[in-house]
Design a protein around this ligand. Structure first.
Ligand code: LMR
Length: 399
């Protein structure tokens, strides 16, 4: 009965890892998926995570019971505080409904399902380009997606005029996806001044902002600064949604820990929360426990919280070092063109500007696995591999 089912196209990001696993080249490099690696190329388990894990295992009262549909209440409270800040009026006034979800993707999906059922507009605006999964997620919820201008290849910067013009021309009330910081894949973020302009455009068209925050702490190394855009919008009194992920900033990728917050009016918040829970119930019943317990322990203990900030800064700093080392190596091997953007872009990725044909050469000839749009994960690079990568880039640009 399923013989007519068409084969799904390979995933734009995750298929790079499959190619990497299959490669027998000893120099192969996996710069596809955004996953942090140590200088030795190994996954990193943060010290705070190890300590939280130790505490869970030592606690005889821990069991494997179901969580409630919205997850661990304390986790939800702490997650909202981390994003919106202790001074947030929206939190103080009880206008926020937060539920624990399955990392960033799960939070976006529950948010999308909620919007599809309860919001009057079915159009979701996403930046061009955006994280490849945004379109998948919202279209599977039955919503339509449409791009708004974001990145200008000529300047390798933000297309601010285009962005504002597109938001101002958007249908009133449409949903707009905004990357809170460390825009994926471009690594180009608006300045605070530009964020104010975006806020005005959103307000003037009564757009509904849906922030995707997958890199808090990874852009600047500072959790507060990386939440500035979210707080600017919430403090302006807007109704909005927020998807948070702890995959990158706590290194909890496979534990699937995240949160969805909907900020509405105080009269609506409890009803919204009940519908978010009902949505989760129909999708997966209730979220997994272990990762959220780890996060709860870390965020609620001042000492662990302080240590987390240090470890997070350590990861952000290593990525900066990789940017510098790759830039220097590109100079050293004489790769044609300007590579300043490798230094200037923010977050985990570098949007190299390599064309699809050049990426093809990177992969087939050099076994450098990356996404076809030219994005490389700087977090997956190590110092000893910079020269090899620079040579691969030089060869791909020249041929
Ligand atoms: C990425 O963009 O590489 C990450 O967000 C991982 C993913 O699920 O795509």
């Amino acid at each position: 009965v399923f013989s007519d089912v068409p084969k799904a196209p390979p995933d734009a990001i995750l298929s790079a890892s499959e190619g990497f696993e299959a490669s027998t080249n000893p120099n192969k490099l996996n710069l596809g998926v955004g996953a942090y690696r140590t200088e030795e190329g190994k996954p990193l388990v943060l010290g705070v995570v190890k300590e939280a894990k130790r505490r869970i295992l030592a606690d005889a009262s821990q069991d494997h019971e179901y969580l409630i549909m919205g997850g661990i209440p304390e986790f939800c409270k702490l997650s909202a505080l981390l994003a919106f800040g202790a001074d947030s009026k929206a939190l103080q006034e009880g206008r926020a409904a937060t539920i624990q979800c399955l990392s960033g993707t799960g939070s976006l999906r529950v948010g999308g399902e909620f919007l599809a059922r309860f919001y009057s507009h079915k159009l979701v605006l996403t930046p061009t380009p955006s994280w490849a999964n945004h379109k998948n997620i919202f279209e599977r919820c039955g919503l339509q997606t449409q791009g708004y201008r974001y990145y200008l290849p000529a300047t390798r910067g933000l297309d601010y005029e285009g962005l504002i013009a597109d938001l101002q021309a958007a249908p009133e009330g449409a949903v707009v996806i905004l990357h809170a910081c460390a825009h994926n894949p471009t690594g180009v973020d608006p300045t605070p001044e530009q964020w104010r302009g975006i806020l005005q455009a959103v307000q003037s068209r009564r757009l509904l902002p849906f922030f995707d925050s997958a890199y808090q702490g990874f852009a600047s190394g500072d959790l507060e600064r990386d939440a500035a855009s979210i707080r600017m919008f919430a403090d302006a009194g807007l109704e909005m949604l927020l998807a948070q992920s702890y995959a990158k900033n706590m290194g909890l990728y496979g534990e699937r820990v995240g949160a969805l917050t909907v900020i509405s009016s105080d009269a609506a918040a409890k009803k919204v929360e009940s519908q978010l829970m009902a949505t989760a119930r129909a999708m997966y019943s209730n979220p997994p426990k272990f990762g959220a317990l780890l996060v709860t322990i870390i965020l609620s203990d001042p000492e662990l919280l302080a240590q987390w900030k240090v470890e997070l800064k350590g990861m952000a700093d290593r990525i900066h070092t990789m940017r510098r080392m790759l830039f220097d190596a590109l100079q050293e091997v004489g790769a044609p063109g300007s590579w300043n953007h490798v230094l200037e872009q923010i977050g985990m990725f570098s949007y190299t500007g390599l064309t699809e044909a050049q990426v093809e050469n990177m992969t087939t000839k050099w076994s450098v696995f990356m996404t076809r749009d030219g994005r490389i994960s700087m977090a997956g690079l190590s110092g000893t591999k910079c020269k090899y990568l620079a040579e691969a880039i030089k060869d791909s640009v020249e041929n």
